[in-house]
Ligand binder design. Structure first.
Ligand code: NAD
Ligand code: WQD
Length: 340
């Protein structure tokens, strides 16, 4: 298939591009590089020993979108392009609504005009807000007032936008993929997550402690109702996540309409379990201190991934150890990310 990947130079996008190339697809990436570097795509092309087309462009720029669709007849689009920092979305809500909502609507127009009818969308477990019960299934409630930040609301709103779009165009197909907590890196150590500034997410923070860039981890809360009092999440290896996108494309090719899948492992690990596993993987114990809870955090969140298994034939293959070992390989080989 000819696949357009928006945001393909980013963390999950670059791993998905590699998976697409390795499974015989042709890939064009459309990315404004606002949170990534073209170096990730050079490395993807090297790893796959295949070409990848890169177009520097913004989903807010309708002309640029039109041009990219005019150049190639795509079979499908995978749409990663998005702003994604939870804290920043609270202080810059309009930027988030504009980039994520307007940008996605622009993309849908461009697809419609070009007659491209298959779309995979990066949604998030954040749409479940405060879980009523665990594990979360795709039928678990999603309530906009329970999503705790503007970033998360853009994801839930866009799920509705895309459903409405498909209802009006029944020959279109949309896969809403709700990712849990993507971590780790490709086993080569060549591509991985390269956050700007001090990381907000746990794994990048822990890896920067291990590599000596940060002194110690602040564990956000030690008094949750979880086995050890720290927050529990469903961490999923980014390469497993990437494979889910390729299978989602195959599903869309069956004219399935709108489908929604949780992409998680079904296992929850606490912050302290992550600290221990990463210390073992890196051979460097991670100093930490329990501090106040982070506003907006929930105690625990993990998926029931059964639907993706039965309908996509997808299942996470890599466990916590591989997530940490591969994440550490990337971090230790690229202490300054792609700017080394
Ligand atoms: P990322 O920031 O590494 O990748 C996003 C890419 O989109 C970047 O390369 C950025 O330059 C590009 N981009 C942003 N705005 C753009 C615009 N207006 N035009 C063109 N390109 C633009 O993030 P990621 O972690 O790879 O996330 C990919 C997708 O998955 C996002 O939609 C994100 O919301 C979603 N998601 C991520 C996580 C996570 O924890 N990483 C969890 C759930 C969902
Ligand atoms: C994991 C656990 C923290 C940092 C976020 C977004 C979500 C999704 C994925 C995109 C929690 C604890 C963290 C630290 C800590 N993104 N922690 N010290 O919050 O589950 O999800 O990223 O859609 O929308 O909210 O991930 O990695 O930030 O936190 O103790 O320095 O680690 O409290 O329990 P989270 P995270």
């Amino acid at each position: 298939m000819n696949v357009l990947v928006t945001g393909g130079a980013g963390y999950i996008g670059s791993h998905t591009c590699l998976e697409l190339l390795n499974t015989g697809h042709s890939v064009t990436v459309f990315d404004n590089l606002s949170n990534s570097s073209e170096e990730s795509l050079r490395r993807v092309a090297d790893l796959a020993q295949k070409e990848i087309v890169f177009v520097k462009g913004d989903i807010l720029d309708n002309e640029a979108l039109e041009q990219v669709f005019a150049q190639t007849q795509f079979d499908s689009v995978i749409h990663f392009a998005s702003l994604k920092a939870v804290g920043e979305s609270v202080s810059k809500p309009l930027e988030y609504y504009h980039n994520n909502l307007t940008g996605t609507v622009n993309l849908c127009y461009a697809m419609q005009n070009a007659g491209v009818k298959n779309l995979v969308f990066s949604s998030s477990a954040t749409v479940y807000g405060l879980p009523k019960s665990l594990p979360l299934t795709e039928a678990s409630p999603t309530m906009i007032h329970e999503v705790t930040n503007p970033y998360g609301r853009t994801k839930l709103m866009l799920e509705f936008v895309l459903r409405d779009w498909q209802t009006a165009n029944p020959n279109f197909n949309v896969a809403l993929l709700r990712y849990f907590n993507p971590v780790g890196a490709h086993e080569s150590g060549q591509i991985g997550e390269d956050p700007n500034g001090i990381p907000n997410n746990l794994l990048p923070y822990v890896s920067q402690v291990a590599v000596g860039k940060l002194d110690q981890l602040g564990v956000f809360g030690g008094d949750y109702e979880t086995p050890d009092g720290t927050g529990v999440r469903d961490y999923i290896h980014v390469v497993d996540l990437a494979a889910g996108h390729v299978l989602a494309l195959n599903k869309l090719a069956t004219n399935c309409g709108v489908v929604t899948y949780n992409l998680g492992t079904g296992n929850g690990y606490s912050v302290l379990e992550i600290v221990k596993a990463f210390g073992e993987a890196s051979g460097k114990p991670i100093p930490y201190k329990v501090v106040d809870r982070r506003p907006g955090d929930i105690a625990a969140c993990y998926a029931d991934p059964a639907l993706a298994k039965s309908e996509l034939g997808w299942e996470a293959k890599r466990g916590l150890k591989e997530m940490c070992v591969d994440g550490w390989r990337w971090q230790s080989q690229n202490p300054n990310g792609f700017n080394a």
